[in-house]
Structures are given as C-alpha cells and as structure tokens.
Write a protein that binds this ligand. Structure first.
Ligand code: IDP
Length: 147
C-alpha cells in the first residue's frame, strides 16, 4: 500500500490546527500509520529540503521548520501521495483553492501549514528521515472494503 509523509509545520501547530488537519485525512479514508510531535533538527531539515539547497530561501526554510514543534505523520492509502497533495492545495496561498487545507487556513505563502511528499520515492526518503521502521504500525481497518 502506498505511503506518504505529512507534516503539520510549526505555524499549523502554533495555530492549533493539528486536529482539524488530521481530520481531513481521516475523512478522506486514509489510514494513519504513525504520528508524533517533534522538533526537527537542523540536519533533518537540511535533508528534508535538500532539493531546495542553494536557493535564496533555503536558510529561511530550514530556520522556519526548526523554529518549533511539527506534527509528523505517515499515512497509507491508494494513490495517497497525489490525493494528499490535492487535499493540501497549491504551494502559493493565492493559488490554493477553497476547500483545500491551504486554501481554507493559510494566508501567507511561506506559512502554508503543511508538507506533503510529492512522489512515492520522496515519501520513502522523507519517512526514513523522521521515523524508525518500528514506529510504523501495521493494522487492518474493517471499513477499508467500503472506501
Ligand atoms: P510544497 O510544500 O507545496 O511541496 P515546495 O516547492 O516543495 O512546495 O516548497 C517547499 C516549501 O518551501 C513550501 O511549502 C514553502 O513553505 C517554501 N517555499 C517554496 N517556494 C518559496 C519561495 O519562493 N519563497 C519562500 N518560501 C518558499
């Protein structure tokens, strides 16, 4: 089953949006397999945002994601990577449609509340950066046959 790495960023934690954000993915029918409130280290942040290394906003990105706790999660489901990004909405808040998390809750672009992996390969790398293999729970949900 496909997995994705989702992370409520420090602005989402500070604004008390963890519960409402988690509810969107539960409502969609995905399965939560791991979750924890953590403070991201500088090394983890640099690995996480490696694709942006060298860009002018890279240091801003690292200092923001390490500035306070984040809520790190792994979710599972059919096509969960793409569908999660649809629920999250566009990176730029001006382009994020109402009904998406960013469209409904974010009003300033770098403060866009949540990260979601952009491919199954990124998800695998990002999950390994934040979770040990034994932190991922394996269980069945009887409701899955109805989703
Ligand atoms: P995503 O979070 O929608 O996948 P990415 O392009 O992977 O977007 O960028 C990662 C994060 O970097 C964004 O969520 C945003 O917080 C920040 N970011 C992206 N572009 C810019 C920029 O031009 N200036 C400042 N921050 C940016």
């Amino acid at each position: 089953m496909e997995k994705t790495y989702l992370m409520v960023k420090p602005d989402g934690v500070q604004r008390g949006l963890i519960g409402r954000i988690v509810a969107r993915f539960e409502d969609k029918g995905f399965k939560l397999v791991a979750a924890k409130l953590i403070t991201v280290s500088e090394d983890q942040a640099k690995r996480h945002y490696a694709e942006h290394a060298g860009k002018d906003f890279f240091s801003e990105l690292v200092s923001f994601i390490t500035s306070g706790p984040v809520f790190a999660m792994v979710w599972e489901g059919d096509d969960v990577v793409t569908l999660s990004r649809t629920l999250i909405g566009k990176t730029k808040v001006g382009e994020a449609l109402p009904g998406t998390i960013r469209g409904d809750f974010a009003s300033h672009t770098p403060l866009n509340l949540i990260h979601g992996s952009d491919s199954p390969e990124s998800a695998e790398r990002e999950i390994a950066n934040f979770f040990a293999p034994d932190e991922l729970n394996q269980y069945n949900k009887d409701i899955a046959v109805w989703m």
